[in-house]
Design a protein around this ligand. Structure first.
Ligand SMILES: CC(C)(COP(=O)(O)OP(=O)(O)OC[C@H]1O[C@@H](n2cnc3c(N)ncnc32)[C@H](O)[C@@H]1OP(=O)(O)O)[C@@H](O)C(=O)NCCC(=O)NCCS
Length: 248
């Protein structure tokens, strides 16, 4: 059996990447890295047949030092531990970064990396909630709305209004793989802890579905308020972003 790893253009990996996304069926945090031209692509061959691919991005955009996707079609998956070191030899990355809900790359991470850590939690849609906060109305943002200064998140397309004032904004971004969308929200500091963030998220989730997208989200592990808020709005934890240093 002969194996080979070859640097290719992004277009060459797209047919197998479609299979990867189909199998994953969850949000892929770094999906847009490909679309924005921030990745290097490698095709993996066994006996001359293209059986998989690997993708490299940078911890900083300009670098290409991190394996963040690795896929083999199921009949050849047993060769993962043999092909992965060849991908490392070809691309010379320093890190592996993967989602814990991607079992193949997670297995490679634990086999070939050390100092493994997680800094981000991934969330998936779970249930429909029926939250309401008396006096709070959620609607689309208008150009004329005065918006409070945001410190963590962008100003969203949707706002929560209380006593005629905008006290929270949120929305969903489309940088994930279709059909998943990335929810975000920020509540004015003096209005936090009153159920407004989770109510807003619930309403944004509905708008997200109406736009033909499935809600998903991610947040820092240490952002307990965000995690609790996402839970209360009917999302649940689906994994972690794992990162490790490739062993010499
Ligand atoms: C995250 C944020 C939107 C939550 O908004 P909020 O209106 O305070 O949230 P809610 O009042 O709806 O609370 C929802 C849950 O979070 C919990 N919560 C709120 N603040 C919390 C805190 N500081 N620590 C721990 N839990 C907290 C509430 O107790 C509630 O949990 P419960 O269902 O178990 O009772 C708000 O803290 C915020 O704007 N943070 C800065 C921006 C940010 O981090 N956005 C998230 C990016 S993904």
């Amino acid at each position: 059996m002969t194996t080979r790893v070859e640097r290719v253009e992004l277009e060459a990996i797209l047919p197998l990447r479609a299979l990867f996304l189909e199998e994953a069926h969850h949000q892929v945090r770094y999906n847009a890295v490909h679309e924005r031209g921030w990745s290097d692509s490698y095709s993996l061959f066994i006996d001359g047949r293209n059986v998989g691919y690997g993708s490299i991005k940078g911890q900083e955009i300009k670098d290409r030092d991190t394996i963040f996707e690795f896929y083999l079609i199921p009949p050849f998956r047993g060769h993962a531990s043999g092909l992965f070191p060849q991908l490392i030899a070809a691309a010379r990355p320093a890190f592996i970064e993967c989602q814990s809900n991607d079992p193949l790359l997670s297995a490679m991470l634990f086999e070939f990396a050390r100092n493994i850590s997680a800094d981000v939690v991934l969330f998936e849609e779970h249930s429909v909630t029926h939250l309401a906060v008396p006096g709070v109305l959620v609607r689309r943002r208008r150009d004329s709305d005065p918006i409070f200064p945001h410190s963590a998140e962008p100003v969203g397309e949707y706002v929560a209004q209380l006593n005629g004032e905008v006290v929270a904004t949120g929305g969903f971004l489309l940088h994930y793989n279709h059909p998943f969308a990335d929810l975000y929200m920020e509540v004015r500091e003096d209005c936090r802890g009153r159920g407004i963030g989770s109510f807003l998220l619930q309403e944004v989730k509905r708008e997200c579905y109406l736009a033909g997208r499935i809600p998903a989200a991610r947040t820092s592990i240490g952002n307990f308020a965000s995690r609790a808020c996402l839970n209360r709005a009917g999302l649940r934890m689906s994994g972690f972003m794992l990162k490790g240093q490739i062993s010499a």
